[in-house]
Design a protein. Structure first.
Length: 110
């Protein structure tokens, strides 16, 4: 069993899709509507009151896509858990962010 959390820009909570198995890359590309790439360092996510291992995907083509605040916050938290450093620099600026839809695949949740 697996679960896919689909984060869309301008939405606070992800859409939760329960799956019988981990999705194929083509399934993720269909859901996000384009070629995807893995989000570096996005290896865990807090969901249902616990932290779970995951893999996250974002669209490769990022031009003119709106900021995805919820996914960026989740990515920053994952980086802090993994490396002790998030997306906010010491001067308060954001080092990076995610745009457009983002899919996070969590194994064993469904």
């Amino acid at each position: 069993m697996a679960t896919m959390l689909i984060f869309r820009p301008h939405q606070r909570e992800p859409r939760v899709v329960d799956l019988d198995a981990a999705p194929w890359m083509a399934d993720v590309e269909f859901v996000l509507r384009g070629p995807v790439e893995r989000v570096p360092g996005f290896f865990s996510i807090q969901h249902t009151g616990a932290v779970h291992r995951c893999v996250a995907f974002a669209l490769r083509d990022r031009a003119d896509r709106p900021l995805n605040v919820a996914a960026t916050i989740a990515w920053g938290a994952a980086l802090r858990r993994e490396m002790g450093v998030g997306l906010i620099r010491h001067d308060g600026t954001r080092a990076d962010h995610l745009v457009g839809p983002v899919a996070v695949v969590v194994d064993g949740l469904g």
